[in-house]
Ligand binder design. Structure first.
Ligand code: NAD
Length: 179
């Protein structure tokens, strides 16, 4: 039975090569990794264009593309709750037991530190390009978004007409601002 288990939570809108690198790095420190898909209830906005289900599909295919053994991770959708003070209990209720938490997000770090988890801040890989904000910006502006994400994720975004979706949403949000 593997007991050295860790948690990494991310909105992953969408999954990009930075997420993949950090996931590979965490496997140097844990036997099993729980990957929480954060804000799983959100979709169809410029900041959160993809559904929880689409992100689960993207992550599953990206991990397989990178030959990561599926017996070593769990992908769990995590819906946000309004109460930060009890969020760690909410996450614990939905996940297998874990001792280590990997996060670059200050709020996530703070909440788990206060509950005495071993919080590890992973190194950032090429953060200027490898960020969800940059990928989404390039999708809207016809930039090169494909080089920032795994090929399997490009395929899923094409299948769900993701570029059309985010471009349309960006028009909608601009017209709402003007009104
Ligand atoms: P994210 O997708 O921006 O990042 C996920 C992780 O990937 C981060 O820890 C970051 O360190 C890592 N990462 C991203 N780019 C990287 C790069 N280039 N190189 C290396 N690592 C990189 O997601 P996030 O914002 O950290 O997600 C936190 C989630 O937790 C959100 O969905 C948030 O809503 C949720 N949350 C909810 C509550 C609540 O419901 N009350 C409270 C706290 C957090």
């Amino acid at each position: 039975m593997k007991e050295n288990r860790g948690l990494l939570v991310g909105r992953m809108q969408p999954i990009h090569n930075g997420h993949l690198q950090v996931i590979k790095k965490t496997f140097e420190e844990v036997d099993e990794l729980i990957i929480g898909i954060g804000s799983a209830q959100l979709s169809h906005s410029i900041k959160d264009p993809f559904t929880g289900g689409e992100r689960i599909m993207m992550l599953t295919k990206a991990l397989s593309e990178n030959s990561i053994d599926s017996s070593n991770y769990y992908i769990i959708p995590l819906v946000d709750i309004l109460m930060n003070a009890v969020w760690v209990s909410h996450v614990k209720m939905l996940t297998p037991p874990f001792k280590k938490v990997f996060s670059g997000n200050p709020l996530v770090q703070q909440l788990f530190k206060e509950e005495n988890f071993d919080v590890i801040i992973p190194p950032l890989f090429n953060r200027t390009e490898l960020s969800g904000t940059e990928v989404r910006k390039r999708m809207i502006n016809d930039g090169d978004w494909k080089s920032l994400i795994p090929n399997s994720v490009v395929n899923i975004i094409n299948k769900v007409n993701g570029i059309e979706r985010i471009k349309h949403l960006s028009q909608k949000e601009i017209s709402e601002k003007i009104e």
